[in-house]
Design a protein around this ligand. Structure first.
Ligand code: ATP
Ligand code: MG
Length: 264
């Protein structure tokens, strides 16, 4: 069993609720993300947010990132600070890119927003483009890219900005198996790049997402109540299922994925 402890609170979601007209989408959402500390190791956090289509995952992302005001409740990051738009890097389901800029221009602009990359912006754009197999697409405009290429460009764009929090809405859809493995590896690397780095991943590919996570949050409905809430939280570190290579083949991992599916 790996030695670890959970220390400072990085994100606190309290009593979040969201309604449109008379329809309740989200209710009573409470969870807390803490800094996971492993002796002698730089360790970020990776959380899988799982739920059925239409349950409210994208809406919850918008609230967590400060892009949408909830009907009730608050999101606090880094202590007591209320989250505001721009605090988090968000990779949306529809892969937002600037249509009038080439991929290279968009990526360079993102890199220039990150003070840690000062002086090496261009080198980092080239580095990530190479890692994500996008080098030959850099001069293109977004409308000239395939769906999977847009998605990778959009992931790089947010990685370059360097926010501590990265929210990824369906980062694995539309990727072929080779690129999928590469992107998964890169996300893991990103999570290890900084102690405070926190990735929240929404994915219908439960197995891939859970395999790189330390925590699973399940968003779902409870009998007799309108609106979705966090039905279950699974601590994968406690189950000794976090930070392991080839975890997908382990029996306890397969059982955990089945448990998650049964909860949806
Ligand atoms: N502006 C809006 N007005 C009214 N209802 C909305 C609005 N935006 C979203 N909804 C509703 O909120 C619910 C949750 O939508 P959301 O996009 O968060 O689902 P999701 O879990 O991300 O689904 P998927 O997995 O298909 O992406 C849906 O029922 C949707 O119809
Ligand atoms: Mg969605």
């Amino acid at each position: 069993m790996t030695v670890y402890s959970k220390t400072n609170t990085l994100l606190q979601a309290s009593n979040i609720g969201l309604g449109y007209d008379d329809k309740i989408i989200l209710r009573d959402i409470n969870f807390c993300i803490k800094d996971i500390v492993r002796p002698g190791m730089q360790q970020g956090q990776v959380i899988s947010l799982i739920g059925r289509s239409g349950i409210g995952k994208t809406q919850l992302f918008k609230i967590l990132s400060g892009l949408q005001k909830p009907t009730t409740g608050t999101v606090a990051i880094n202590g007591d600070q209320t989250v505001k738009a721009g605090d988090m890097g968000v990779i949306f389901q529809n892969y937002y890119l600037f249509e009038w800029r080439t991929v290279y221009q968009s990526l360079l602009m993102a890199a220039k927003k990150n003070p840690q990359l000062k002086g090496k912006e261009k080198a980092m754009v080239d580095h990530y483009a190479g890692e994500f197999q996008l080098t030959s697409e850099l001069k293109k405009y977004p409308q000239q890219l395939s769906g999977g290429q847009r998605q990778r460009a959009s992931i790089i764009q947010q990685l370059l900005k360097g926010s501590s929090f990265l929210l990824l809405d369906e980062p694995f859809s539309g990727l072929d198996v080779c690129v999928l493995d590469k992107v998964t590896d890169l996300l893991l690397q990103v999570s290890l790049s900084d102690e405070l780095k926190t990735l929240i991943i929404v994915s219908h590919d439960i197995s891939t997402s859970v395999a790189i996570s330390d925590t699973v949050l399940i968003l779902g409905n409870e009998a007799g109540k309108e609106g979705a809430t966090i039905k279950k939280e699974i601590d994968l570190v406690e189950r000794d299922l976090a930070w392991k290579k080839d975890i997908k083949k382990e029996k306890t991992f397969i059982e955990t994925v089945a448990e998650i599916k049964a909860c949806l």
